[in-house]
Design a protein around this ligand. Structure first.
Ligand code: NDP
Length: 500
């Protein structure tokens, strides 16, 4: 039991489950399965913690979150080890996740007051007797439900911004990465005078479902699959609890005729294969213009055929963290090849659980599951297109709309504006996720709401509008003392102002 882990409320002790190293099957840690009563108790404690934290004010919260930032920096190696042990990803990938999360925490803490603090707004001509102001108040308790693929960076997109906005958090990490959640929360525990500001509840889907139903939760921030996102939303509908839904993607990469082909190939391979392709904003589909397709494909083949999955330190990327995902990748590869796709790197034989070697398939029909469904594995589909219109049409043709990448020297912004998605990287890949001031989130099956940036701070608040009367107007129209003459004057005024 750690400082932040929710204690067992009642005897007998709750059942436990183990988290495993997916490379070896070794047990990494043992954690309680928190039931609905334990989740409710954690939320009740969080309600009190939120009152304390909210009352501290922006400056003190910023100071304490600054201390947390430093504590995380001091703990990078230890935390990265837990991430690597539970996900199987190389240590350096785990460290990169932490670096980005720390930078986001810093931005959220430093910008909260400017973005959310009380500000005067114009009250307009008709209401010029009023002083109007707007503030964004904390919601109270935010329930954060996270996935396993980036078990620090992804939930921190909600946790850091929710805390900076003045809320307490109850975090349910994936059953595959509970130790990461506990270790993360432990680094904050000693900096908040014993207040349970960030608590972790562990368990399976039912623990997450209990968090959605728990009465004191003011908002749920969910990251995970679209299917689970729908279940979360349905559960939250019962209590009208608002939700932020960050789901998967099927992100395209478009290569224009004038693109830097070498850089585009490098980005496609990193975007498609890093983290074994288990990246919500990873590159899954490439649409390359005909005239540069051969040169681009040759570079993709050269770069990806030398990559090898494996255990740390060997291996360019790790295993499939979730065993069942291997079968999804297998199904997509088989379907793409059966429908006429041409494997130029790997193929059916590349799937060797728990690892999947790089697979690159060309000319995959657009109705293949490798094009229409999220693969979440190191499979890159490369299709050539006659022109940009066709590239954009195909890029927009899935139900998902999370991120996209464009390589073009002259038309980057123009292409970006035509893409139906939440984020676009031009001449680099996944870069938007590392920029704390940019909102992160998708449309369609990729979800709604935003983490990161100003929108990400506001996501964890409720706007409060205040109008303070400075003096009474000579014409009273919102009183039973109102006269027809007064109303005629007002209508005359509005005709003059808006009727011409
Ligand atoms: P899941 O949807 O399986 O699980 C996500 C989280 O929800 C886990 O903590 C899970 O717990 C929990 N959960 C499961 N069932 C319920 C329920 N009924 N009610 C409440 N919570 C529940 O996703 P994965 O963990 O498999 O993550 C992979 C998915 O996440 C991919 O589709 C990926 O694209 C997406 N993703 C999206 C990102 C984004 O920002 N848009 C970022 C990263 C990933 P348990 O694990 O214990 O079952």
């Amino acid at each position: 039991m750690t400082a932040t882990e929710v204690p067992a409320e009642a005897a007998p002790a709750p059942p436990t489950f183990e988290s495993l190293d997916p490379r070896t099957g070794d047990v990494v840690g043992t954690h309680p399965v928190h039931d609905a009563a334990a989740v409710d108790a954690a939320v009740a404690r969080a309600v009190e913690a939120a009152k304390w934290w909210g009352a501290l004010g922006y400056a003190e919260r910023r100071r304490r979150l600054g201390e947390w930032r430093k504590a995380l920096v001091r703990s990078i190696d230890a935390l990265a080890q837990v991430v690597s042990d539970e996900t199987g990803k190389p240590l350096d990938d785990a460290k990169l996740e932490l670096v980005l999360a720390i930078d986001h925490l810093d931005w959220a803490a430093k910008h909260a007051e400017k973005v959310l603090g009380r500000r005067k707004v114009s009250s307009g001509l008709l209401m010029s007797n009023q002083a109007a102001s707007l503030t964004y108040a904390p919601i109270g308790v935010i329930g954060v439900i996270g996935p396993w693929n980036y078990p620090v960076f992804t939930p921190m997109g909600s946790i850091a911004y929710a805390l900076a906005a003045g809320n307490a958090v109850v975090f349910k990490p994936s059953e595959l990465t509970p130790g990461v959640g506990v270790a993360l929360a432990d680094t904050l525990a000693e900096l908040v005078d014993g207040h349970p500001l960030l608590q972790v509840v562990t368990g399976f889907g039912e623990t997450g479902a209990a968090l959605c139903r728990s009465a004191g939760v003011g908002k749920i921030a969910f990251t995970g699959s679209t299917a689970t996102g729908k279940r979360v939303m349905a559960a939250c509908a019962e209590t009208l609890t608002p939700v932020l839904i960050e789901c998967g993607g099927k992100d395209p990469l478009i290569v224009d005729s004038d693109a830097d082909i070498e850089a585009a190939a490098d980005a496609a391979v990193w975007g498609g294969m890093s983290n074994a392709g288990q990246t919500c904003v990873g590159v899954e589909r490439v649409y390359v213009l005909e005239d540069v397709a051969d040169a681009f494909t040759a570079r993709v083949v050269a770069k990806s055929s030398t990559l090898r999955p494996g255990g740390n330190p060997a291996g360019d990327f790790g295993p499939m963290t979730m065993p069942a995902q291997t079968e999804v990748v297998r199904r997509h590869v088989e379907d793409a090849l059966a429908k006429g796709g041409r494997a130029v790197v790997g193929g059916n034989e590349s799937i060797r659980p728990p690892f999947v070697e790089p697979v690159v398939i060309l000319d995959v029909p657009e109705d293949s599951s490798a094009i229409t469904e999220e693969t979440f594995g190191p499979l890159l589909v490369v299709n050539r297109v006659p022109d940009l219109d066709e590239a954009v049409r195909r890029a927009n043709a899935t139900g998902y709309g999370l991120g996209a990448t464009v390589f073009s020297k002259k038309r980057g912004e123009e292409i970006a504006a035509r893409l139906r998605c939440g984020m676009v990287a031009i001449n680099s890949v996944i870069s938007f996720a590392g920029i704390p001031s940019l909102p992160f989130g998708g449309v369609g099956d990729s979800g709604f709401g935003r983490i990161h940036g100003e929108d990400g701070l506001r996501e964890f608040t409720r706007p409060q509008a205040v109008a303070r009367q400075k003096f009474a107007l000579p014409i009273a129209v919102t009183s039973f003392k109102r006269t027809s003459r007064g109303m005629a004057t007002l209508v005359g005024l509005i005709k003059m102002r808006h009727g011409r």
